[in-house]
Ligand binder design. Structure first.
Ligand SMILES: *[C@@H]1O[C@H](CO)[C@@H](O)[C@H](O)[C@H]1NC(C)=O
Ligand SMILES: *[C@@H]1O[C@H](CO)[C@@H](O)[C@H](O)[C@H]1NC(C)=O
Ligand SMILES: *[C@@H]1O[C@H](CO)[C@@H](O)[C@H](O)[C@H]1NC(C)=O
Ligand SMILES: *[C@@H]1O[C@H](CO)[C@@H](O)[C@H](O)[C@H]1NC(C)=O
Ligand SMILES: *[C@@H]1O[C@H](CO)[C@@H](O)[C@H](O)[C@H]1NC(C)=O
Ligand SMILES: *[C@@H]1O[C@H](CO)[C@@H](O)[C@H](O)[C@H]1NC(C)=O
Ligand SMILES: *[C@@H]1O[C@H](CO)[C@@H](O)[C@H](O)[C@H]1NC(C)=O
Ligand SMILES: *[C@@H]1O[C@H](CO)[C@@H](O)[C@H](O)[C@H]1NC(C)=O
Ligand SMILES: *[C@@H]1O[C@H](CO)[C@@H](O)[C@H](O)[C@H]1NC(C)=O
Ligand SMILES: *[C@@H]1O[C@H](CO)[C@@H](O)[C@H](O)[C@H]1NC(C)=O
Ligand SMILES: *[C@@H]1O[C@H](CO)[C@@H](O)[C@H](O)[C@H]1NC(C)=O
Ligand SMILES: *[C@@H]1O[C@H](CO)[C@@H](O)[C@H](O)[C@H]1NC(C)=O
Length: 740
């Protein structure tokens, strides 16, 4: 092919991959168009094992693969206009229809080719009720064919498997139009009923017709390229010539899907040629580019030594470019290639700068964080701010400020007295207080970055949201506690305030950033679930050793992920760990991603088993128990681990990359030196999780009218208050000067 650049021709993939590691260490992000991790798209589910588009194929995806894996459905239309997921226009290719309707075949022109077979246009949904999906690839097991997998409608896939993303591939529009079935109407209709994240098609007329009709939705339109010599049926140009007109494709599509060989071509005897410039060209044209045809059991180029993981790395982590997604029959492998864990900051990069300040967030971003977090508190004048504690004593210099006398005792909030965010206005906080760096290991005299102990500026939620936009991160996490208190005692509807701040900041339609909401109170998440489509994280605020299965099912109803503490995974006794609990696989089997908090670098924060080495600890959680995310004060440490070139080496990994065995070190301790036996941690049950709904916001409690609305980014400050606080601080300075 003509698009090849002679850059790596003589160097070999190995060198390329090594180079990739080196370059990746400089950049905190993926080389995709958005900077986000490439998407994993499971074609017909885990179709490498189960019949394509069968319930087990779809079910198996979240059990084996990254929790954000998108489900792909090849849409065919029945005679009565129902969209069903069947991988081939010829039903006899992948179902047992020929057994039920022995003389039911027809001869139809499909893109001008006379084709004989069984077609969905000849059957109603009811006619197909006894037909089942079977294995279409002869080299794969047919053992599951006797499971009678019924044909699934598109809505069934959306509702039964609740995927984090749904991709509809419309391989044929003209063919269905010839049989008086309108694919355009169908796709518009179904996307009103269930979330459709991607629509792809190799038919240009179809995509450009539907593009304006879907322009106000979040659905991405993807133009699918077929072999370069084939003619695109609606324009009669070859796909090869359309490849030279990406700016035209960009007028109706947001991305393209190409056979993987367009990107890394191979010779006739299956050796890799140098990569083409296609990914770089597509990104330059503002198009995302997805690569198709990944399967672990297809013949790989010899350059990959039969290792499919090596192939994915060549597409997503080569140091030069990354495709924006891969379409695969074996979603488990790209999940490995893309790498866990997700790195979520804890109060920003709070290991180096005061919690939730601009400097802490910038540190997290520079370090390679995936999600930055904002714990929401509210000020007296109803402004949402990011602050790690509701008590300003914890993370500001309030006790050395004019407001040092504003202590009060609010038992609903905390047992001890405090100076609370809701007792000071935003201007009072911003103009009179300085941030104060956290020091969780102060009892061991370990302080953090003393030169920057009071550095940085406080952030309102609106400041945080504009900061995050355009940063090379996957998204943001908003943590909401004390919602009931805010509603009942302050008249502040924190949930609506957060939703409206996100809308005002354009998060619903203008950014590619994912929004996660975390709370320890299920009623908060349930309210978000009713009002938004954000990812919901349930934080368990006690150490647990297990969870009832009914409780797992309850949590799954309102959350996509859970956050649990480190002890719930590796229980600890006198700074030694014991065997891991089975809580991580249990949550994951229930369809919940598991994030673990809080990882800290100070050596006293880690049990002895991890050798005072934060990387050994992270590796044990990732390789030993396969957690999905790490919540950390030190995102750069987790990111350094993630980029470690010794990861993903399978059985060849060096000793220092194997997870620590829980309980191993304890066996070397003589009986008299043994720490006391652990008190058993509780098992999470329904009564821990089920909560009454949040009360409605009643304005009569409102401290100020502005309290019930979100603060727009540029709220005018109250001039009187401002003068008063300037005056107070001037007075303090003056009296200090007089006393000196
Ligand atoms: C693939 O391997 C062949 C044979 O060793 C080599 O000539 C070629 O350069 C390799 N391709 C790439 C892209 O490294
Ligand atoms: C990494 O960045 C530094 C400073 O920007 C630069 O000097 C160095 O060459 C970069 N390394 C690579 C491998 O790109
Ligand atoms: C079904 O179609 C695929 C793709 O064209 C082909 O590889 C496969 O051999 C076919 N299988 C059967 C059973 O016809
Ligand atoms: C298509 O193929 C079938 C079977 O080979 C044949 O009977 C039929 O006449 C063909 N139709 C056309 C339009 O060529
Ligand atoms: C499906 O099978 C059931 C039970 O054998 C039969 O009663 C029904 O008529 C069949 N439906 C169709 C559409 O063939
Ligand atoms: C199919 O429906 C779309 C809109 O729903 C319409 O624009 C188009 O003309 C229809 N096509 C045919 C062939 O009726
Ligand atoms: C959630 O997503 C669905 C499907 O994309 C959409 O119809 C709905 O409006 C969204 N809800 C909100 C609150 O954005
Ligand atoms: C790109 O496609 C458009 C629309 O078909 C056409 O007008 C234009 O001439 C094409 N440009 C090139 C360079 O082929
Ligand atoms: C702080 O606010 C709470 C709730 O509005 C109020 O009950 C308390 O008296 C206030 N404390 C001070 C010191 O202003
Ligand atoms: C995004 O949504 C906001 C609020 O719903 C709306 O005002 C704005 O016009 C939308 N912007 C775009 C580009 O759609
Ligand atoms: C649920 O757990 C709590 C705390 O561990 C415990 O007090 C309670 O008895 C448990 N309830 C049930 C029904 O097991
Ligand atoms: C969770 O929120 C509900 C509704 O506001 C409230 O009744 C409940 O006490 C809260 N639970 C906890 C543990 O704070």
């Amino acid at each position: 092919m003509g698009r090849v650049q002679g850059f790596f021709s003589a160097t070999g993939v190995l060198l390329l991959l090594q180079l990739g590691v080196v370059i990746a260490q400089n950049s905190s992000t993926w080389l995709t168009l958005s900077g986000n991790a490439p998407a994993i798209v499971a074609k017909g589910g885990f179709s490498g094992l189960f019949p394509d588009s069968s319930s087990d194929a779809y079910n198996f995806v979240p059990l084996t693969s990254s929790s954000d894996t998108v489900l792909w459905c090849d849409v065919q239309l029945t005679k009565d206009g129902v969209g069903v997921c069947i991988p081939n226009v010829k039903l006899d290719n992948c179902t047992n229809i020929a057994y039920f309707y022995q003389t039911g075949q027809s001869d139809y022109l499909v893109n001008g080719v006379n084709t004989t077979g069984w077609f969905s246009v000849d059957y109603t949904m009811n006619d197909l009720s006894n037909v089942s999906l079977i294995q279409a690839i002869y080299s794969r097991s047919d053992a599951f064919d006797s499971n009678n997998y019924g044909i699934l409608a598109v809505e069934d896939v959306a509702r039964n498997f609740n995927p984090p993303g749904l991709w509809l591939n419309i391989q044929h529009d003209i063919f269905y139009a010839q049989h008086n079935l309108n694919m355009t109407t169908y796709v518009l209709d179904v996307s009103r009923r269930v979330p459709v994240d991607y629509v792809s098609s190799p038919e240009l007329a179809f995509l450009s017709r539907i593009a304006p009709m879907l322009s106000r939705s979040n659905t991405k339109l993807i133009f699918r390229f077929l072999d370069q010599s084939i003619s695109e049926p609606s324009t009669d140009q070859t796909y090869g010539s359309l490849l030279n007109n990406l700016t035209f494709i960009k007028t109706f599509a947001s991305g393209i899907l190409v056979p993987k060989s367009f990107i890394w071509p191979v010779t006739a005897d299956n050796y890799m040629l140098p990569y083409s410039s296609l990914v770089l060209d597509a990104h330059r044209a503002g198009l995302e580019i997805y690569a198709a045809d990944f399967a672990n059991d297809h013949t790989l180029s010899y350059n990959y030594s039969y290792d499919p993981l090596a192939e994915y790395l060549a597409f997503i982590d080569n140091g030069v470019f990354s495709v924006d997604g891969v379409v695969t029959d074996f979603p488990v492998t790209p999940s490995e290639a893309r790498g866990t864990p997700l790195i979520i900051s804890h109060n920003g990069g709070s290991g180096d700068y005061p919690d939730c300040t601009d400097l802490a967030y910038q540190k997290a971003v520079d370090g390679g964080v995936n999600f930055i977090d904002c714990p929401i508190q509210v000020t007296q004048d109803g402004i949402a701010i990011c602050m790690s504690s509701i008590d300003l004593v914890a993370d500001t210099t309030v006790t050395n400020s004019p407001f040092a006398n504003r202590f009060s005792s609010i038992p609903e909030v905390q047992d001890t007295q405090g100076i609370f965010t809701f007792n000071l206005t935003w201007d009072e906080i911003q103009m009179n207080l300085q941030p104060k760096i956290s020091s969780p290991e102060l009892r061991y005299s370990l302080v953090r970055n003393p030169r920057s102990a009071n550095a940085g500026t406080f952030m309102r939620l609106s400041d945080f949201l504009s900061f995050a936009k355009g940063k090379p991160i996957a998204g943001i996490l908003i943590n909401i506690e004390h919602a009931t208190f805010m509603v009942e005692q302050l008249g502040y509807g924190v949930i609506d305030a957060v939703i409206s701040a996100l809308q005002v900041a354009g998060y619903d339609n203008q950014t590619a950033l994912q929004v996660m909401i975390m709370s320890t109170n299920s009623s908060v998440l349930i309210e978000f679930q009713e009002k938004t489509n954000y990812t919901l994280v349930y934080q368990v605020d006690e150490s647990i050793r297990g969870a009832d299965s009914s409780t797992l099912a309850d949590i799954k109803k309102f959350a996509d992920a859970v956050a649990i503490d480190r002890q719930s995974v590796y229980p600890e006794s006198a700074q030694f760990i014991t065997k891991p609990t089975d809580i991580v696989p249990k949550f994951q089997a229930a369809g919940l991603a598991v994030y673990v908090y809080v990882f800290r670098n100070e050596f006293v924060a880690q049990p002895w088993d991890f050798f005072s080495d934060a990387t050994v600890e992270i590796n044990s959680y990732v390789e030993g128990v396969r957690v999905d995310g790490i919540i950390t004060d030190f995102p750069a440490t987790a990111a350094r681990y993630k980029r470690n070139s010794c990861r993903n080496m399978g059985t060849n990994a060096p000793n220092f990359m194997s997870p620590v065995q829980g309980g191993a070190l304890l066996q070397l301790v003589a009986p008299q030196g043994m720490p006391p036996a652990l008190a058993p941690m509780p098992v999470l049950n329904d009564s821990d999780v089920v909560e009454p709904p949040l009360p409605p916001v009643s304005p009569r409690h409102a401290p100020a009218p502005s309290a019930v609305t979100a603060s727009p980014p540029t709220q005018p400050s109250n001039a009187l208050q401002l003068m008063a606080s300037i005056f107070t601080s001037l007075a303090t300075i003056l009296s200090a000067a007089i006393l000196a």
